[in-house]
Design a protein around this ligand. Structure first.
Ligand code: B12
Ligand code: SF4
Length: 473
């Protein structure tokens, strides 16, 4: 047995971020904490191994130098699809310097494509929820034991890919060690979107209350990643974490990263009661489907809820049906209006399908937005992530333009269609500009400022960010 095991844990988002500044993805917050890898890091720490966590290096050369000078026994990397080529490069360079370092990949891309272990420099891929699998894998490696039957991993044996059976989901999330936080990273997180607090005063932390989603939209990696079961932490355990973020990290805004925060209304109400009981002075936002109602939104507002990011995807009922997203576009419009009336900011995620989009698609969407007036829009292109039902459909259909993973950012059209990718990008940009310059949007912004739903400074900073990433607003 070794004295200790040195574990380097890297968020591949830390390697290169330029890809994200394309299109209107710059409106997201690319430098937000990555909870997945921070939960994984917590396992290594909690089990007593020596841990070094790399969340945001920004410069590949420095990241590589730092990892090599730490000289880990094991390198663990979390990777989305667009980050995979850079993550692979890191594993290559690290193995070149010291081939004894064991490499473990996890996160959305390895879960969708476990056969990445065909790459010589990837020793293991962890599929789906990672904590228990990582804990067991570390222990087997530390004790020089056989790893071939660890549930939830993929590896190669005699050049053949072996994918082990999936692991059961973790039932009691309260038992998990809390994600490792990086004080410096939290202090330097940047905001780009519109929030109830101007970005210059925003101190964000990311927290999660539930894992999984009961739906099965064909474009979404969640069903293959988590299954269809949604599992909650207790409100007490969740708000203990929020309280410690407020007290120890001075956080004033919590981003709930749950896939579908409002899936269970009574669970949301329990959480809101706990926030109010503790009199926490913190604002928060969440991602949600449109399955909310007035009573729930009012309860959330009273508990400090400032913004909801709705996964609307489209106002076209046919498109929604084809994606198995069983939602009514009319209800989406009503819910966005109701949320605004209650005094909560709204963001809508919208998808353009490059296979069918024409100039008219953008014009129709613009009119629908002007009628609905969400406060922030995120227009993305339908992207078939590996592991989704859509990916299989698209492969069969033959409409994929590229298998260069770097381009899977949702901000590039990668499906063949009537318009060229260049034209689609032009229309996307114009839509964003026309919407934010529209009479209806400007009127809503003025009302929001008057009603103190968002301060004027939030709008000024938001528009300045939009201009910086190339929008004429
Ligand atoms: C919150 C969120 C964000 C936040 C924060 C992102 C961040 N830094 O993590 C914001 C809004 C900024 C964001 C932006 C983007 N996101 Co996002 N995001 C999410 C969301 C909703 C939740 C992620 C989360 O916190 N989950 C909770 C944790 C506990 O789960 P987890 O991260 O999956 O980690 C677990 C396992 O994966 C595994 N694991 C993860 N890493 C590792 C590593 C190792 C070594 C091991 C062993 C295990 C392991 O164990 C973890 C614990 O169980 C997911 C949806 C989803 N299905 O997960 C999308 C998701 C991850 N995002 C996605 C995308 C595409 C993006 C953007 C590119 C979109 C865009 N164009 O703007 C950007 C990229 C930003 C970036 N940092 O590079 C896709 C990724 C799909 C893919 N295959 O690539 C997802 C799946 C949603 C989707 N569209 O389908 N996102
Ligand atoms: S509702 Fe959202 S999280 Fe759930 S399957 Fe559909 S897109 Fe994925």
């Amino acid at each position: 047995m070794k004295n200790t095991m040195k574990v380097a844990v890297v968020d591949a988002g830390a390697i290169k971020t330029e890809a994200l500044l394309r299109g209107n993805a710059g409106l997201q917050t690319p430098q937000l904490e990555n909870l997945g890898i921070q939960y994984i890091a917590a396992i290594a720490k909690n089990e007593g191994y020596d841990l070094c966590l790399y969340l945001n290096q920004g410069n590949y050369g420095e990241l590589l130098k730092d990892v090599l000078s730490y000289n880990p026994d094991l390198l663990a990397i979390s990777s989305m699809t667009y980050q995979f080529p850079d993550a692979l490069q890191l594993a290559n360079d690290v193995k070149k310097a010291n081939k004894k370092i064991t490499t473990v990949f996890g996160g959305p891309h390895p879960s969708g494509v476990p056969s990445i272990v065909k790459e010589k420099v990837i020793d293991y891929a962890v599929i789906g929820e990672g904590e228990e699998t990582f804990r067991e894998l570390l222990s087997r490696l530390y004790n020089d034991e056989n790893t071939s039957d660890v549930k939830g991993i993929a590896y190669t044996s005699n050049k053949e890919v072996v994918i082990n059976p999936v692991r059961e989901r973790i039932k009691n999330l309260d038992d998990l060690p809390l994600p490792v936080r990086d004080r410096e990273f939290i202090a330097n997180q940047k905001g780009y979107s519109l929030d109830v607090i101007p970005h210059s005063n925003l101190r964000v932390a990311v927290v999660i209350y539930s894992r999984g989603c009961p739906y099965n939209c064909y474009f979404c990696p969640s069903p293959s990643m988590w299954g269809r079961k949604i599992i909650y932490r207790s409100p007490d355990n969740t708000i203990d974490e929020v309280e410690s973020l407020v007290n120890s990290y001075n956080s004033n805004f919590i981003v709930f990263a749950d896939l579908n925060f409002s899936a269970n209304k009574s669970k949301v109400k329990e959480l809101c009661e706990e926030i109010q009981r503790r009199e926490l002075n913190v604002a928060w936002s969440c991602l949600s489907t449109i399955d909310v109602d007035e009573d729930l939104l009012r309860t959330m507002k009273e508990a400090g809820f400032g913004k909801v990011l709705y996964g609307v995807e489209s106002f076209d009922a046919e498109f929604l049906k084809s994606m198995n997203k069983r939602k009514d576009p009319l209800k989406a419009k009503e819910i966005i209006a109701l949320t605004g009336d209650i005094g909560i900011l709204t963001q809508t995620f919208l998808l353009i399908d490059p296979r069918t989009a024409t100039e008219a698609t953008f014009q129709t969407l613009l009119s629908e937005l002007r009628e609905t007036t969400p406060d922030v829009i995120l227009i993305s292109f339908l992207t078939p992530f590996p592991g989704t039902i859509l990916y299989e459909q698209i492969k069969e259909e033959g409409s994929l333009l590229t298998t260069d993973w770097r381009r899977y950012t949702m901000q590039e059209p990668i499906l063949k269609g009537k318009l060229s990718p260049e034209d689609l990008l032009k229309h996307q940009k114009k839509l964003v500009e026309d919407y934010y310059n529209s009479r209806e949007y400007v009127k809503k912004a003025k009302t929001n400022i008057e009603r103190r739903i968002a301060p004027k400074k939030s709008y000024e900073e938001f528009f300045s960010n939009l201009r910086q990433i190339g929008f004429n607003v």
